[in-house]
Design a protein around this ligand. Sequence first.
Ligand SMILES: *[C@@H]1O[C@H](CO)[C@@H](O)[C@H](O)[C@H]1NC(C)=O
Ligand SMILES: *[C@@H]1O[C@H](CO)[C@@H](O)[C@H](O)[C@H]1NC(C)=O
Ligand SMILES: *[C@@H]1O[C@H](CO)[C@@H](O)[C@H](O)[C@H]1NC(C)=O
Ligand SMILES: *[C@@H]1O[C@H](CO)[C@@H](O)[C@H](O)[C@H]1NC(C)=O
Ligand SMILES: *[C@@H]1O[C@H](CO)[C@@H](O)[C@H](O)[C@H]1NC(C)=O
Ligand SMILES: *[C@@H]1O[C@H](CO)[C@@H](O)[C@H](O)[C@H]1NC(C)=O
Length: 349
Amino acid sequence: MFATSPLFVLLSIAAASALSVIPRSTSDGGSCDSLRNACNANTTDLAFFYNNTACVLLTTCTAPTETPAFVLHEMGAPATQPRMTESFFYTMSGGKDYMSEVDYINAYYGQIAITPNGTYPSSVDDVTPDWLNIAAWTGFCDTLNIPYSNFADWFEYSDVAGVCPAVSSCDASIANTTTPCVPQPITDNGSCAEVESQCQLFVTGGLFQNEICVLASMCYAESTTDVLLRKIYNYNGQPAPTTQSEARLSESVFYNMTNGAQTMSLQNAIDAYYNALTGTWTSLGGPFGAETPEKTTTDGPYPTSTDYVSNFWGIISAWTGFCDTMEIPYDNLADYLSYASSSGYHPTC
Ligand SMILES: *[C@@H]1O[C@H](CO)[C@@H](O)[C@H](O)[C@H]1NC(C)=O
Ligand SMILES: *[C@@H]1O[C@H](CO)[C@@H](O)[C@H](O)[C@H]1NC(C)=O
Ligand SMILES: *[C@@H]1O[C@H](CO)[C@@H](O)[C@H](O)[C@H]1NC(C)=O
Ligand SMILES: *[C@@H]1O[C@H](CO)[C@@H](O)[C@H](O)[C@H]1NC(C)=O
Ligand SMILES: *[C@@H]1O[C@H](CO)[C@@H](O)[C@H](O)[C@H]1NC(C)=O
Ligand SMILES: *[C@@H]1O[C@H](CO)[C@@H](O)[C@H](O)[C@H]1NC(C)=O
């Protein structure tokens, strides 16, 4: 579906690269992990990752916990890969121009059978979610038959940050338990993920009590702050609180951002957002909630345009009813932060 999209591949692997092994969301008895015995530099030309069955299946079985880019990074493969070829696709589809769920399952079991120390899944139910994830992204939930070009697109484009499929899985109960994809305009350039990752250091003190976390809440305007909380807490292995349980916006954070003015302007939001990306915070270690933050001299990534801030500020201005001036008083901004997530109201100016 994204065959004509521009190739702005924004890799959000920085936060995940601290992990030393590829985690798997479902328990599959180690079957997915065992594919690494057949997809590694000793056995495979990693420069042709997507014409190797073991590497292709390692990528599909690790999703959606990890992205294709993360798997390349983890296996030490070049980040830029040639597109999967049609002739390779036919080896998995049995010569058909589409691959069915059964073809995928057969390819998976066939590859485990020839993988050194390959571990079979405990049940076929461990394998089908892989396919339902890709069928959802490519838009083939109706038949679960995925044509060549759409399957190849998934490897090439499913990493593009902020581009979200209609549903995350063709199985509604799986989709329900997956943290939703966060839509972002392309001008985001990974800036919101950086603000979110800094917020992680402060969030247990209250989402709306820290300026960086307030900015993360704002750049989630296309999504919700409930999703933001799930992303941060679940990433750290913790159950997430809901927005409703968060204390109301700190007045001192508000007035710091407005330099004492009674309303917050678009310019205030732009200044605060760029400021949060200048000399970013990192962690000196410690458990979630008790990490030691350290200010660095690292900057960015900044949005590619201040239009990015105008977009989220436009959503917040519309929600609060200030499209005319885009100047938002404390009470209205505090209401937005506390209630927009549960309101289901998502207007734009
Ligand atoms: C690759 O080969 C090296 C050297 O023999 C060995 O140390 C390493 O464990 C092998 N890696 C895998 C994944 O088999
Ligand atoms: C994979 O790519 C290599 C290099 O282009 C080629 O030699 C090989 O035949 C391809 N394998 C398949 C299964 O397409
Ligand atoms: C497979 O497992 C056996 C027994 O645990 C071990 O001796 C052998 O090195 C393993 N081979 C590979 C390729 O991992
Ligand atoms: C999804 O989750 C909501 C709320 O947690 C629940 O009401 C709904 O029944 C779930 N739907 C499915 C298909 O599991
Ligand atoms: C107040 O704003 C300044 C400049 O935007 C910022 O550097 C500082 O961290 C803020 N202080 C607090 C307590 O949020
Ligand atoms: C956009 O992100 C890339 C990659 O992180 C970065 O190199 C570039 O400087 C960013 N653009 C801006 C305007 O900061």
